[in-house]
Write a protein that binds this ligand. Structure first.
Ligand code: HEC
Length: 296
């Protein structure tokens, strides 16, 4: 059952994605779901967290009501998309974070007239967003690694889906449709993996165990059958490409990876041998090895 999940498994996976968010206190939720338009201390596409805190301190119910059904209020701004699909618990955590993080903070005055852009900039790098993505299951996670490279990891299927170069994503279709549409990729796909490169059997159970953020980038943890996997994707210096590190626990000795050919790029590794697109880690590197996806 590689990519088809039962409803129960899907809900469990979505919950794992949500609970994997560090702190659980709403900070990460705020960054992932609101941060494209709301900044902590200054106006952006929408008002700052400081301004929101001023409006909604002690008004959780009103805050939830606004998030579920925002109405046009300010002049010259886009209408905020409804965020009700997040549910009360997450919105409450975000509310708590907004109030707690803004105590004693002062609004930074922004003069730039075009700060209200119709398309959210989402310029922060790295940036991790839980959003509905094309060609991925509903538990997709979009990651902007740096200004050059971005990827989509599918927490349901426990695998990388694709890597692209360009301007990250346009999330507006999702927000406008309150979660009933897919984000658009802005850029060119350089790698599309039709399956996990790890030798996972059809019968192997897959379980997503969450992710941890280090330097703003996630390390995904999941189980494929008996094997525990950690996968982390980081940028190579100078925009040359990406490094993809695997850590395995409980893998059999003869594990080989079957990679997919990228477009305009190539796989390299000092940790093993390639036979075409088949990679065998060196004996001493079986439990932890890095592959790089580099420009040709
Ligand atoms: C695509 C951009 C966008 C996203 C994403 C977004 N907002 Fe907004 N938000 C806006 C805009 C624009 C306004 C100002 C709307 C207006 O005044 O008409 C706004 C206003 C608000 C306000 C002020 C309401 C008021 O009474 O003035 C709150 C509260 C708010 N947003 C919360 C959130 C939360 C929480 C999230 C994430 C769960 C979120 N927003 C995600 C664009 C966005």
């Amino acid at each position: 059952m590689p990519d088809i999940l039962s409803r129960r498994a899907l809900l469990a996976t979505l919950a794992a994605v949500a609970t994997a968010l560090p702190g659980q206190d709403g900070k990460q939720l705020f960054q992932s779901f609101c941060g494209a338009c709301h900044l902590p201390d200054r106006v952006h596409v929408g008002p700052s967290a400081i301004e929101i805190a001023g409006l909604y301190r002690g008004k959780r119910a009103e805050f939830l009501a606004w998030c579920k059904a925002p109405s046009p209020k300010r002049k010259g701004v886009i209408q905020m998309p409804p965020m009700g699909y997040l549910g009360d618990a997450k919105l409450t955590a975000i509310h708590r974070h907004i109030l707690a993080s803004t105590v004693g903070q002062k609004e930074v005055v922004v003069k730039n007239a075009d700060r209200f852009r119709a398309s959210p900039s989402m310029r922060r790098r790295p940036l991790v967003m839980r959003i509905f993505m094309p060609d991925a299951g509903p538990a997709a996670i979009a990651v902007a690694v740096n200004d050059d490279y971005h990827y989509c990891f599918d927490a349901g299927a426990c695998r990388l889906r694709y890597v692209w170069q360009g301007d990250f994503i346009d999330g507006w279709p999702v927000w406008r449709a309150n979660g009933n549409a897919l984000a658009k990729i802005v850029g060119d796909i350089v790698l599309r993996e039709p399956r996990s490169p790890l030798p996972v059997q059809q019968s192997d159970k897959r379980k997503f165990l969450g992710y941890r953020l280090r330097a703003g980038l996630p390390t995904f943890r999941y189980r494929l059958g008996e094997v525990r996997v950690e996968e982390r994707i980081t940028p190579l210096p100078g925009g040359r490409g990406l490094a993809r590190r695997f850590r395995l626990e409980g893998a059999p000795r003869d594990w080989r990876l079957r990679l997919t050919a990228p477009v305009g790029m190539t796989w390299r590794s000092g940790d093993g041998e390639f036979d075409g697109l088949e990679f065998t880690p060196a004996v001493s590197k079986r439990a932890e090895f890095t592959l790089t996806l580099e420009q040709k």
